[in-house]
Design a protein. Sequence first.
Length: 218
Amino acid sequence: MFNVERVAPAPASLNRNQYNTKDVVDILEPMFYGKCYLCEQDELTDPEIEHFDPHMGDETKKYDWGNLYYSCSRCNSIKGTRHTNLLDCCDINTDVLRGIKCLLPSCPDSDISITTQSSNLQANNTAELLNRCYKDKNTPLRGITRVVLMDKLFELHVEFQQYRLTLKKKMYTPAEKELAKARLTEMIKNHYPFSVFWRWHVLSDSFLSEQLDDVIDF
């Protein structure tokens, strides 16, 4: 997950008890960098407006600007009304990155490692949900969407490892190394797809942590 600064004021449609409208989407999409706030994939072909706290018919929660989030249909359907009391990426006092550690496996068919960094109930609940978002394949369609999700992740992971190799090996020129560092610097920013993984892979790698020490701000 990644932290998001919620834009104010609330879109006008919410005052008319409408939330699946252009003015709401036009603010939510760039506010969340076009990424699902749970799995962090971007360029969504199936974006949905998700209620962070399930409204369960409560009109106040249903049209509350602070309760509307940008997600993909896969994560929205997995979260449903079951997963509540989560880390809130729009809470400026909550560091969602440090709350949950996310690392990629060695191959796409293996499970992603998602571990909590504290005994906080919200962190535990969020880790449980993220585990399902990244791993769930208990129906044929979810099996397909998981393959698509993992393919996107590993395509960028290959690039990440190539940039690391460029910084590591003597065969690359100073200009190539500077470009690799610039690319990695971009990957660990909030706007980048799956930024949580690239951040944790940097934090877990002493070589990269040293190389990017002057740009790490998390």
